[in-house]
Design a protein around this ligand. Structure first.
Ligand SMILES: Nc1ncnc2c1ncn2[C@@H]1O[C@H](COP(=O)(O)OP(=O)(O)O)[C@@H](O)[C@H]1O
Ligand SMILES: N[C@@H](CCC(=O)OP(=O)(O)O)C(=O)O
Length: 256
């Protein structure tokens, strides 16, 4: 399971980092051809939509955010598809809502779909929250909130071996390196205690949401299910090969 954040996919000037997406497509296709099950959770709908519409900042109104996401998601999946086609693969768009964990029938349906897609030799499921329709109000709760937690939930659902979380930073540091330049990289985290929570700050770029706080919540969920997560820098997606070869890169969240 791979999760890639908006700040890895989009430059500060709102242009999509096509080279990163191309490399990610190459890595995922190679793994798939090697017989591995690959699922990508990709953010970027709102960020890409902002670029298409030439917006400098994320709209405040929810209906406007949903509209931007609807436009951006279509563009994003098209970019992934163009990249994947070069390597003989195609994107399978999975836009999901919190229903898949709240309602057994939705859960069964999404699991059946993941199983069918994983058994296909050329399909790469690309998951995002269905931002165009999700809401979070009163008793109508269909929203996950952020893709860090969504990726941990999907990792639990499909019982994946590993969640590789790609961001714009080399791993989890003793403090936000943007604010504390001599912060140190922590290479392994076994429990999410108060010291770890205190080290987590907010997002880095105008596109990121949640920063380290939501990544730690995701890691907590992963550890609770006895799974593992690596947080690493996605600027060169070949890092996925290093992680899978057991190289010490980024931060490994593991109980053992
Ligand atoms: N302790 C920390 N270690 C590493 N990064 C941190 C920490 N606290 C806050 N951050 C910030 O979190 C950012 C990554 O989160 P975010 O911007 O939401 O990215 P993404 O789009 O990948 O989800 C980093 O760029 C960094 O500025
Ligand atoms: N679903 C939203 C992403 C929300 C999100 O968590 O973004 P990020 O912090 O960049 O992983 C989108 O596609 O814009």
């Amino acid at each position: 399971m791979i999760k890639v954040g908006t700040s890895t996919l989009i430059h500060q000037n709102s242009k999509v980092r096509l080279a990163v997406i191309d490399k990610l497509a190459h890595v995922m296709s190679t793994l798939k051809k090697d017989g591995k099950d690959v699922i990508l959770v990709s953010s970027g709908a709102i960020g890409v939509g902002m670029g298409v519409l030439h917006l400098d900042s994320r709209p405040v109104k929810i209906s406007q955010q949903q509209a931007v996401a609807a436009i951006g998601q279509a563009e994003l999946i098209q970019i992934y598809n163009e990249a994947l086609h070069k390597y003989g693969m195609c994107a399978a768009q999975m836009l999901i809502t919190k229903d898949v964990i709240d309602y057994p029938e939705s859960h069964t349906n999404v699991m059946n779909n993941f199983q069918a897609l994983l058994s296909m030799p050329n399909a790469i499921p690309i998951v995002n929250e269905n931002d165009a329709i999700t809401v979070s109000e009163l008793d109508h709760l269909t929203k996950f909130g952020d893709n860090d937690q969504l990726s941990a939930i999907v990792t639990n659902l499909v019982d994946a071996d590993l969640l590789i979380m790609l961001s714009d930073i080399d791993g989890f540091y003793t403090a936000n390196p943007l604010k504390v330049p001599d912060a140190k990289l922590i290479d392994r985290v076994k429990t999410i205690g108060p010291d770890i929570i205190a080290a987590a700050g907010g997002h880095g770029t105008k596109f990121g949401t949640g920063g380290m706080t939501t990544k730690l919540k995701a890691a907590e969920r992963i550890l609770k299910h006895n799974q593992q997560m690596v947080l690493a820098n996605g600027k060169d997606p070949d890092i996925i090969f290093n992680i899978l070869s057991g190289d010490m890169v980024g931060t490994l969240f593991t109980k053992i």
